[in-house]
Design a binder for this molecule. Structure first.
Ligand SMILES: [Zn+2]
Length: 259
């Protein structure tokens, strides 16, 4: 089996598992038309289907299907012998058999509660099965088993189920909040939603304002860095070297004596 085909089967069956409660071993209801196609294509049904689904299966047919084939006579003897390989499932028409298609239709009824996979080559039965949500449909395409894409009805019901489960979850949360409030006196009221808005331009994206420097400060703070504004008001103490001070002192003394 091709990888794409394998993925397709897994995807479709996981859809039915998640939305309609299908479980392994899957129950496959097989009718006479599929057995006839299998005979013509020389397909070993049980072997091929297990290979196709890659899991355990319950291959079933009904008494109505077998009786209908028996009525058709020797022309379908080969197909009948294939059909008789499968387990005969109770259909409720044991006393009054009906046609095979009507029998399988009644088995899936309104919502396919027993989760059957319908295996048929009959286009009208496939059409009926499509209308029943949660019914996988299988047929033989040339010689290989093929699972139909989930029908629109199945997809619609699955979508509806998801929607209601989300809504019920919401209701449960609301009820829990009320119980908490009543029993524990906890205030679990939701805060009103407040949209967060930008309060101003992003400071990181703005250019810094240039600070005005007065001339006096610039004179006093010669060489002082502009990044230290607290130092601007301080007078800077200038250290004079010892030999310069001595020179200055000696000059002052000379000027005093000359006076
Ligand atoms: Zn029946």
């Amino acid at each position: 089996m091709k990888i794409t085909q394998k993925r397709k089967v897994n995807r479709y069956m996981s859809f039915f598992r998640n939305n309609f409660g299908f479980r392994v071993p899957y129950q496959v209801l097989i009718d006479g038309t599929l057995c006839l196609a299998a005979l013509e294509g020389q397909v070993r049904v049980s072997e091929q289907l297990i290979k196709y689904f890659q899991c355990e299966l319950k291959l079933l047919t009904t008494q109505c299907v077998i009786l209908e084939m028996e009525k058709l006579g020797s022309t379908v003897n080969g197909a009948l012998s294939i059909c008789k390989q499968f387990a005969v499932h109770k259909c409720g028409h044991e006393k009054k058999p009906i046609t095979a298609s009507k029998c399988l239709e009644s088995m899936i009824a309104e919502n396919n509660a027993n989760r059957y996979i319908i295996a048929t080559q009959d286009p009208s039965l496939r059409e009926i099965a499509r209308a029943v949500p949660g019914t996988p449909i299988l047929y033989l395409h040339i010689r290989s088993p093929t699972l139909e894409k989930p029908s629109q009805q199945s997809n619609e019901l699955a979508g509806l189920n998801i929607k209601t489960s989300i809504q019920s979850q919401g209701c449960t949360m609301e009820r829990l909040r009320l119980i908490k409030k009543q029993e524990l006196g906890l205030i679990t009221e939701k805060k009103p939603f407040k949209r967060r808005r930008a309060k101003g331009p992003n400071p990181l994206s703005c250019k810094k304002k240039k600070k005005k420097t007065c001339i006096r400060e610039s004179v006093v703070n010669v060489g002082a860095s502009s990044s230290h504004p607290q130092r601007t008001n301080r007078r800077r103490r200038v250290k004079i070297a010892l030999h310069i001070r001595q020179e200055l002192a000696s000059r002052l003394n000379v000027s005093k004596t000359s006076d």
